[in-house]
Design a protein around this ligand. Structure first.
Ligand SMILES: O=P(O)(O)O[C@@H]1[C@@H](OP(=O)(O)O)[C@H](OP(=O)(O)O)[C@H](O)[C@H](OP(=O)(O)O)[C@H]1OP(=O)(O)O
Ligand SMILES: Nc1ncnc2c1ncn2[C@@H]1O[C@H](COP(=O)(O)OP(=O)(O)O)[C@@H](O)[C@H]1O
Length: 329
């Protein structure tokens, strides 16, 4: 029996009669192929990647397992449609905390249509992509049985400033939910989720080492999904924190060239996470910016804004209201 996923945090969703992914009880994730060439491109990537003997096993396990394609009734009622059959990477967890982070300072690529490039370029400028090399596309953080999940609105998440991105990466591994305006994220799960020899940082570093070498694929507009189960951490069990790469609708051939765009974004994410582990109370960037308007100033007129840069920790400027939205942005 197919159903709408409970723990999807970004992308096209199968709710309200729309076209989106479905899951079953056996741990499979069915992603519908879109009408244009995005669907066929993603199938081509998974087919190539899953049979590519040059991909080492420790890298392969950072991608969902691919089980081919299957014709299924689409979620929008339009009839039979081919779907990618993938491993459902959250299915083994009952209350997964999940974050989707789109990697790369540019999500467009020269081979795309002019219209697509313009749309991507606008989103990259308006989000943290251009300034940081990545943007948070969506997330959910499990609190407890009473509070359930904190799942901020996607548009809000995508408009975070550099400083706010750091706060959200801290929130993701904190026991106090962001809805409490009086408490800073305590980062109490940082060591078990981000740290350790098998934690998220170690997995991202393995990925980075591979991207320093591989020239087969350029992962344009692709995301890393960070997943963990809070209850395991609370029980003192070994953390199940995982990194999985998803969304390959815009992959292009590497043509013997390093994927600098992905590699740069990944390095930036690694820096944020490393700094949370080593100095959770300190400011990430030397020049913390008061708000995202300042980010834009730096990008548009870098020489003019140096005097305006504020050295104050802008964590203090972020307040979460009771309904989970972020105030003061
Ligand atoms: O439709 P939208 O505006 O939600 O845009 C989708 C994006 O949502 P977002 O920017 O997060 O709001 C969406 O981004 P996320 O996966 O949510 O990060 C994709 O970029 C999607 O394009 P594609 O299917 O990968 O080609 C985007 O779909 P298209 O607009 O390219 O169809
Ligand atoms: N293999 C998977 N297992 C579980 N969840 C997934 C998987 N692939 C994607 N998702 C969920 O679906 C969301 C959107 O996926 P994505 O492939 O980016 O779709 P789109 O092409 O519509 O943007 C992700 O943010 C994640 O929550």
């Amino acid at each position: 029996m197919l159903k709408v996923p409970d723990h999807q945090v970004a992308g096209h969703q199968a709710r309200n009669g729309q076209l989106g992914p479905l899951i079953d009880d056996s741990g499979r994730f069915y992603k519908p192929l879109q009408d244009d060439d995005r669907g066929s491109k993603e199938v081509a990537f998974y087919s190539s990647f899953s049979s590519n003997t040059r991909v080492p096993d420790h890298i392969r396990r950072l991608f969902p397992v691919f089980h081919g394609t299957q014709l299924l009734e689409a979620s929008d009622g339009s009839g039979l449609r081919p779907h990618l059959v993938l491993e459902d990477v959250v299915s083994s967890r009952s209350h997964p905390s999940v974050m989707d982070i789109k990697i790369g300072s540019r999500t467009w690529y020269p081979e795309a249509s002019e219209d697509y490039i313009q749309r991507c370029f606008k989103k990259d400028r308006e989000t943290s992509s251009l300034s940081l090399g990545f943007r948070i596309s969506g997330l959910q953080i499990y609190g407890n049985e009473e509070s359930g999940f904190w799942k901020p609105e996607r548009k809000l998440v995508q408009n975070l400033s550099a400083a706010d991105v750091r706060v959200v990466l801290k929130n993701f591994v904190s026991s106090n939910l962001p809805v409490d305006p009086n408490s800073d994220p305590d980062c109490s799960f940082a060591a078990s989720v981000y740290g350790g020899s098998t934690g998220i940082l170690a997995q991202l570093l393995e990925l980075k080492a591979w991207f320093e070498d591989q020239t087969m694929y350029h992962l344009n507009s692709c995301s890393v999904l960070l997943v963990y189960e809070k209850e395991k951490v609370l029980k003192g069990e070994r953390s199940d924190a995982e990194v999985k790469l998803i969304d390959f609708a815009h992959v292009t051939e590497g043509k013997d060239i390093i994927d600098h765009n992905f590699l740069g974004g990944l390095c930036s994410l690694i820096k944020f996470i490393s700094e949370i582990l080593t100095s959770p109370d300190e400011c990430t960037t030397k020049a913390c910016l008061r708000d995202s308007e300042r980010d834009k100033e730096i990008l548009t007129s870098p020489d003019e804004c140096t005097t305006k840069v504020c050295l104050q920790d802008s964590d203090k400027n972020t307040n979460y209201s009771e309904n989970g939205t972020i105030e003061g942005m």
